[in-house]
Ligand binder design. Structure first.
Ligand code: DQA
Length: 146
């Protein structure tokens, strides 16, 4: 079982962004934590980061077939990208939306997500642990189903 992990715009700058909000991990360190956790769970992960909407959509269209689920931190695109919303719907896969920071404790425009309505659930505010928790949840739900 392979889970896609998608990091949206500006997440390539983790480690240099506001560490109070996003933690001190670089993206490579975050991906290493997710990969190690996936190994413990006996599943595979494929991570991808892009700053552009089109690249995220291209990745979804090319990679969703055969995948077991998607963990996506859409970054700011989550607040307004109907195109990423549509591409996620088209995958027909279970989706976990993750935000490192607690978006509900921030500016009002961050409190709206166009991804949440089509996600199985959302984890926001737990830093890197949000990704491993999301993986735990998607794997547990898949096991329950099989
Ligand atoms: C974020 C929250 C977004 O509002 C922001 O634009 C990001 C990161 C988070 O992980 O907390 O780039 O998705």
């Amino acid at each position: 079982m392979t889970y896609l992990v998608i990091h949206g715009p500006n997440l390539n700058m983790l480690g240099q962004r506001d560490q109070q909000l996003y933690g001190s991990d670089t993206l490579a360190q975050l991906d290493a934590r997710i990969a190690a956790h996936a190994k413990e769970l006996g599943v595979a992960v494929r991570s991808f980061q892009a700053n552009s909407e089109g690249a995220i959509i291209d990745f979804l269209q090319a990679s969703a077939k055969g995948a077991a689920g998607i963990i996506i931190n859409p970054g700011a695109y989550g607040h307004y990208s109907y195109a990423i919303h549509d591409a996620l719907v088209d995958t027909r896969l279970p989706i976990a939306e993750v935000h490192l920071s607690n978006v509900y404790a921030r500016e009002s425009w961050r409190q709206k997500s166009v991804i949440s309505p089509i996600a199985r659930g959302v984890v926001s505010g737990f830093g890197w642990r949000g990704y491993t928790a999301a993986l735990d949840l998607l794997v547990a739900l898949a096991k329950e189903k099989s």
